[in-house]
Design a protein around this ligand. Sequence first.
Ligand code: PHE
Length: 523
Amino acid sequence: MVAPNAIKEEYLPVLKKLRELNKPVEAKELSELLEMDYGKLMSYAVHSLSTQGLVVYSEENIIEYRLTDEGKEYVQKGLPERQLYSLLRKDGRTSVVLPTLVEEAETELDFDKKIFYIALGNMKRHRWVLSSKAMGHEEIFLNDKNESAEKVSQEEALDLFQKTDRIKEIAIPPEMSKAVNLLYKRKLLTRERYTERLVKLTKAGAAVDLGKIEVIDKETLQITPEMLKGGTWKEALNALKPYNVEAEAPRQQVGKYHPMTIIIHQIREIFHSMGFEEIQSPIVETAFYNFDSLYQPQDHPARELHDTFYLKNPSKGRLPEKKYVTAVKNTHENGGETGSTGWRYKWSEKIAQKCLLRTHTTASTIRKLGALAQSETKWPKKVFCIDRVFRNERLDRTHLAEFQQIEGIVIGENLTLSDLIGQITTFYKKMGFKKVVTRPGFFPYTEPSMEIAVYSEELGQWLEMGGSGIFRPEVTYPWGIKEPVRVLAWGMGLERLAMLKLKRQDIRELYQSPIDWLREVKY
Ligand code: PHE
C-alpha cells in the first residue's frame, strides 16, 4: 500500500465521518449523511481513499426476512392458533363445540373461515387441544396432557421480530431457521434479496493522524512534459495522486451472454466453417419421424412411455405423402426395396401418427431427408441441427428431461466410414479435444454404427461423447436416397459437453443459472 501523504480537501469529510461513526456504513447512507452526491462519493472520494488504502468498499448479497402486514398483526396479537386457544380458554372454559367457536372467532377475533381452520389445525397439531365427535357434533377441548400449551418454535421465531420488522438471514440462529421458513411459507414474512454496499475504514484509515495530514485542494493526476521541462514537477510530487497498483479495480457487472449460448454459438461457427447449413424442425413430432422413419419397430422399448412424452393434444399428427408412408411401412413389414427382410410384423399407421415431444434431433434429420427427396438439387449436402429434445428422465446430477442435442449429417455419393471419421475428428478437434476415437456401437438406424469418445485432459480420462454411423438403406430408401448415395450422421448431447467445458458437476446448474457463477464465469 502506498502511504497517504496528502488528501484532497473535498475527501477529508468522508474520512472524518467514517471515523466519527466508527463502523461500516451503507454507501447510500453515507452520501446522505455527508450531503454528497452518491456518484461523486463512490467514483471519486471512496475510490481515491481506497487507492490510498484508507477505506475499503465491499458489496455483499443479502437475504432478509421482512414482516408482512399480516405478520405485523400477529407480532402484536399472537399467531391465530394462540389467539384461538386463548378464546377457547375464556372464562376458564375447557371445551367448546365447533360451531360456537367458529362464530366467536368471527365476532371476537375477526377470523374468516380460512384463518379459523388454519388456526384450529395448528392447535391440534401442537396437541394443545383434542377434538371429539362423540356427542354427534365436533367438540374441541383442552388436552389434559399439555395444559401449559407451551410456546412453539414458530412463536419463538415470530418473537425475533418484536423490535424490528426485518432480519437478515445470517442473523437468524440456525436452530430457528426452520421455524422462520415456516413463517415465510405462511406468508407472514417475505424474503428479499438485495446488495449491501458498505464503506469502512481500514486500519490505516482509522490510525491516520488527521491533524498531520496534508490537505491539497487539487490532485495532480499526471506529470506533464511541461512540468518536466520547467522543473515544476518536484513541487507537484506531493500533490500527485498516489497509485496503488494492487488495488482491486471496481467490478463491472455488465450484461453478457449465458455460457450455454456462447457454447452454442461456438458449435454453430464450427459447423459453418466445415460447410454445414443449419436445419430446424418442430418440437412436437409424430412417431413417424421420430421412430418409424428410423427403422425402429413399433414395439421398440425406447418408444414406451417411460422414455417418451406422448401428447394427448394433439393426439394425431400429419404424415408425409402416401408414397413415403407406404415405403416406410413396407420397409418395416418386408424390407421394401432394400433387400432386407424387414421386421416382419403388421405396421400400424395409427401408431405412426401419434404425437410426442421429439426424443432426438435425428427426427429433424429425417424431415430434412424428406424435404430433399422433393427438391431438385439433393446432394452433396451437409446440414446440422442444435436443438431441444425431451425424454421422461428422473432429474439428477447428470440427467434432465429437457435437454439439447447436436447433430450433423453429410449426404453424397460413395461416402465411406473414413469420411465419417474424418468429419467427426475435425469437428471434435475444433471443439478443443485433441484425441478422438471411434469404436463400434449400435443404433437401429445406422450400419455400421460407432460410438465417439474424446479424451479430457482436465479429467485425465476418455469420455463418451456421442453416437454416429451411416444410415441404413431401410432409413434412406423410402426417401429415394439409394446406393451409391449414402448419409453419414453423428449426434451428441450438448449439456455433457457444456459441463466439461464449464466445469460443472451438476447438469441442473446449467439452467438454474446460479448468479454468482454466471458473474464469475470467464469465456
Ligand atoms: N440419435 C442418437 C441419440 O439420440 C445419436 C445418433 C445420431 C446416432 C446420428 C447415430 C447417428 O443418441
